[in-house]
Design a protein around this ligand. Structure first.
Ligand code: FAQ
Length: 323
């Protein structure tokens, strides 16, 4: 094919891609897509997968210290769900031509991003409740919109994940509400956890729209249905009445109901802190990577055993296949 014919056929493919998006149809792995669309999805889905897997660490720390059997079972199952979410998301990213090994390599080398929120320490049991209520609550707001994202495998993974995250959020709220209604010491512990997790949770939604280099492209391609600031505002609007229901305060003296626009207006976010954490300078960045590397090493025998089992199964299937 000469250059002109190639350009014309690429133009037709691009037009077809654009019309699929305009018609609200999903893009599937075998469909043609612009290289940049593929790259943006790999970036976003792999970061999301890493967030789920690194996100197991702060709460995982509390499994052996849960205050009762009931709480231990609830937490254990939440952390297991997060491993499953990582799995769905790595599988969705693999449909775009990147291997799971490549993604793990980038994470373990410290070259991949994951959510800033998981670089904060879980100091008390109440932090487990605050993560469920605030962090899972924020993740659901973001992920419910991503369930309508234009890339089919990502959208389907999101629908499944959102169902489970909803249960996590409710579990976290119930834990925190129980502490808030408990002894003065328990109540203080719940309030302290909310004071420490509130601002980092608002940062989870990413930089303000005016400083978000990827949003324009992602929204044009219907990968990201809503902007960072829109989702952050929606989260605040839902969280304020929930905090009030538990009689806990949110650590923002500027939080006010705005009659004019019908939203809660909130104070300035410390974006210097956000970028410090994203660039590796948060309180727990080094610990998280160290623990993730160790977990990967300790799981090596499981991966090797699974591969050996699969090789044996294939060899057996080949020898028993009719010739
Ligand atoms: N942390 O241009 P934008 C969970 C980076 S899942 C670190 O606005 P974009 C479940 C961003 O990557 C939580 N980095 O980027 C759970 C970009 O850098 P790059 C994870 C961040 O993609 C709960 C740069 O800043 N959820 O919590 C963050 O348009 C409890 C410029 O930003 C997802 O990943 C951040 N917070 O919007 C697990 C959802 N924010 O790559 C365990 C899917 C931004 O150009 C326990 N992702 N950056 O070098 C998204 O919706 C989007 O990617 C955003 C960022 C909203 C995160």
């Amino acid at each position: 094919m000469d250059d002109r014919a190639t350009r014309e056929s690429e133009g037709a493919l691009e037009a077809d891609f654009a019309s699929r998006l305009d018609a609200g149809k999903s893009i599937e792995p075998r469909d043609w897509m612009p290289e940049r669309y593929r790259k943006q999805l790999v970036r976003m889905i792999s970061q999301h997968a890493h967030s789920e897997v690194v996100g197991m660490l702060p709460e995982g720390n509390w499994i052996t210290r849960a205050p009762s059997l009931k709480r231990k079972i609830g937490l254990l199952s939440k952390v297991e769900d997060e491993a499953g979410h990582g799995l769905y998301l790595y599988a969705a990213a693999e449909t775009l031509g990147v291997s799971r090994d490549q993604m793990f390599e980038q994470l373990l080398a410290g070259a991949a991003k994951y959510s800033s929120i998981f670089n904060y320490a879980t100091l008390t049991w109440a932090d487990v409740g605050a993560i469920g209520w605030l962090v899972d609550g924020a993740a659901i707001i973001n992920q419910t919109t991503l369930a309508k994202t234009s890339y089919g495998p990502y959208a389907r993974a999101m629908r499944r994940i959102c169902t489970e995250e909803n249960a996590h959020k409710r579990q976290g709220f119930e834990m925190l509400a129980t502490l808030a209604a408990g002894t003065p010491g328990q109540r203080a512990m719940a309030q302290d956890a909310v004071d420490r997790w509130w601002w980092p949770t608002l940062m989870m939604f990413g930089p303000p729209d005016t400083d978000s280099p990827n949003s324009g492209e992602l929204m044009r391609w219907k990968v990201k249905p809503k902007s960072n600031d829109e989702l952050r505002q929606r989260f605040v609007d839902l969280a304020v009445p929930q905090a009030r229901a538990m009689e806990l305060t949110l650590p923002d003296p500027d939080l006010r109901w705005d009659e004019e626009n019908g939203h809660w207006s909130f104070g300035a976010i410390d974006w210097d802190e956000f970028w410090r954490v994203v660039k590796g300078g948060g309180p727990m960045n080094r610990d998280r990577l160290r623990d993730r590397r160790r977990a990967h090493e300790e799981g090596r025998w499981v991966r090797e055993a699974a591969e050996a089992y699969e090789a044996k199964r294939r060899a057996r299937a080949e020898t028993s296949a009719p010739s």
